[in-house]
Design a protein. Structure first.
Length: 152
């Protein structure tokens, strides 16, 4: 008879290098081009059915800064929508939809569902970061492609 070992995953602390994203920016700051710090990217967080706690909002803002802070030069704004949905077998699942508006590129939209809010947010942010990285990478490879010389 084999014994099953259960691995216990310890939670790593969040990065201290990137700040959480703010909920509001004044108009002159929004129109300034070349905004790079994550504190200058507005993040709009909305809940569909119920009000989110301050802890949940802080968690989402902190995770947004951690995952999307490295793309601050190309991110114009981020919106997060959280809600309850009916899952399989009548269970209540949480859905998280993240939309990232990029400068000069199409927007990235990711939606995931999970049993807990934090798991749904974490999965959405991981997928969003990968999608933003892919969009930026495609733009860079297209713009840096060498031009071929025409022969007469």
């Amino acid at each position: 008879m084999s014994t099953l070992r259960k691995t216990i995953r310890t939670r790593q602390p969040d990065s201290t290098r990137r700040a959480p994203m703010p909920s509001y920016l004044p108009r002159p700051v929004k129109t300034a081009s070349g905004r790079a710090p994550t504190t200058l990217i507005p993040a709009y967080i909305r809940s569909m059915e119920q009000e989110l706690d301050a802890e949940d909002r802080a968690y989402i803002r902190r995770k947004l800064g951690t995952k999307l802070g490295k793309f601050a030069e190309v991110v114009e704004r981020v919106s997060v929508r959280v809600g309850d949905v009916h899952g399989a077998h009548g269970a209540r699942d949480k859905s998280c939809r993240i939309k990232v508006v990029l400068v000069g590129l199409p927007s990235v939209l990711v939606e995931t569902r999970n049993a807990s809010l934090q798991a749904a947010v974490d999965l959405s942010l991981t997928r969003t970061a990968n999608a933003v990285r892919g969009s930026i990478g495609r733009r860079r490879t297209i713009s840096t492609r060498p031009k071929t010389a025409r022969r007469a």
